[in-house]
Design a binder for this molecule. Structure first.
Ligand SMILES: O=P(O)(O)O[C@H]1O[C@H](CO)[C@@H](O)[C@H]1O
Ligand SMILES: Nc1nc2[nH]cnc2c(=O)[nH]1
Length: 241
């Protein structure tokens, strides 16, 4: 159950879930914290383990739908910033008691995607002749697991979102909280349908197909980035280890 769920909702939600669990053999997802499939505590736990192991930089990748006219399926968006929609309504992995060993109660998130690494990635893309596939943009995480309605797509577009997906932000929030440097890429797998006249529709198989198509390019970019990025560039504003 989400640590952010108000106590007055928690007991009824929990008793509802246990009633369901009694009468069904299917796995019952937590109503709130499974976004879209795993609890945020579970998806972000490795980030703190990385920190404790001395990791300095977190590289995240995802598949995302594009809202920006200039981003086509197969393009690769360097994440400049994110909008954490679940986080903004309290479904945030940092909810609950703060562990000061990792970072402060109220951590800043401005500049959470490292500028130096973004520039280096673009340089590498140029050298590899794939710069035309790449541009920077803003990623938004939504709860999913359904894809967007047209009204939702239009709303996100108006809000300045370039690409939308259902992951990544929680891990980046936890990494930034504990002072890890972050770099992120979104592989654009589809255009998000924004027009009622448009007969196209997104499906997960199509998302996977574009993933397979671009996997080698993304691997090359990340491999080169890892081999060239400066080490010891950690934002060690806390005393986690
Ligand atoms: O964010 P990742 O896991 O890359 O995948 C994205 O693509 C899947 C939908 O096709 C969703 O899981 C969405 O979040
Ligand atoms: N929410 C969302 N997630 C995605 N993951 C890949 N494509 C999409 C999309 O269009 N919308």
């Amino acid at each position: 159950m989400s640590p952010g769920l108000p106590p007055q909702w928690r007991s009824s939600a929990e008793s509802g879930l246990s009633m369901l669990a009694d009468t069904s053999s299917v796995r019952i997802p937590s109503l709130i914290s499974d976004i879209p499939g795993f609890p945020q505590a579970q998806t972000t736990f490795p980030v703190r383990v990385f920190k404790l192991l001395g990791v300095e930089t977190l590289i995240v990748t995802n598949a995302a739908g594009s809202l920006a006219d200039g981003l086509q399926p197969g393009d690769i968006m360097i994440i400049k910033d994110h909008v954490n929609f679940p986080g903004m309504v309290g479904l945030n992995p940092l909810c609950g008691p703060n562990d000061d060993k990792f970072g402060p109660r109220f951590p800043a998130m401005s500049g959470c995607y490292d500028k130096g690494l973004r520039c280096l990635a673009m340089e590498i893309a140029k050298e590899h002749g794939v710069a035309s596939l790449m541009q920077e943009g803003v990623y938004a995480m939504v709860g999913g697991p359904n894809f967007e309605t047209i009204a939702e797509a239009r709303l996100l577009h108006r809000l300045g979102v370039d690409a939308v997906g259902m992951s990544t932000a929680p891990e980046v929030v936890v990494a930034t909280h504990c002072g890890l440097r972050v770099f992120g890429l979104s592989l654009i797998t589809n255009k998000v349908v924004k027009s009622y006249e448009d007969k196209d529709s997104v499906n997960h198989e199509g998302v996977l197909e574009v993933g397979r198509l671009r996997s080698q390019t993304v691997q090359q970019l990340v491999t080169e980035l890892v081999s060239r990025m400066e080490i010891n560039n950690n934002n060690n504003t806390n005393n986690a280890v």
